[in-house]
Design a binder for this molecule. Sequence first.
Ligand SMILES: [Zn+2]
Length: 260
Amino acid sequence: MTGHFTTEAIVLNSIDYGESDRIVTFYTLGFGKVKGIAKGAKNSRKRFVNNLEPFSYIKLLIFQKENRDLSIIEQADIIRRFDKLVFDIERLAFGSYCLELLNEMTLEGQRNQKVFELLVKFLVMLNEGANLKTIIMFFKMKLLSLLGYHPHLDTCVSCKNIPIGSRVFFSSAKSGIVCSACKGNEKSLISVSPGTIKFLVLAARTDIEKVNNIDMADWAAKECEEVMGDFLTYQLGKELKSKRFLDKIQASALGGGNGL
Ligand SMILES: [Zn+2]
């Protein structure tokens, strides 16, 4: 596909390249993930202002040439800035983690309108002060579902029965829950309350804009974080770079570490 294209986009990542250029990764409405080069962007800030910084919601004009890895970024006009994030380092750290997660979990050129809409709604709500733990959980679960990684949470992945009892066990390797009868001696399973699993199902199915109506106890939030953290690390095969920054911020805010 060769030609000029215009689309709405969110900047996921932006790095200096060579003497004067920047390489920018976007998630776009029209084309999914796109990587482009902004020639001279480092020296001539006037042309792109700050519109190629992460979190910018822009109208993007690119030139794409067939079989070329990088598009040429020709113009980037701001649609909306999520300015409040700059003044709240914890929100900024969580937001950066989510941008990196989306970047890692998507391939270039695979359009997914629902993922783009989720990202925009998530950033609006994060910026407007939505409950932090709940909105991050919603974003992660919904993203997994939209990209086809939704874990099996209704019945035991081994015996297909609905688990009974006060604990169920999550297996990242099996991508779902295991009942106490099928658990055996498996050590890598995460023990959680059935209520936590119900919350994860709810997060995947409910519109992210309704997040403020949902109340989650601290222990449930912690269990959700443990399950999601383990599952995402398993799916990605690594920990995200922004996770270390996030852990640091949380440790200094709470006086202790906090898993994600
Ligand atoms: Zn079972």
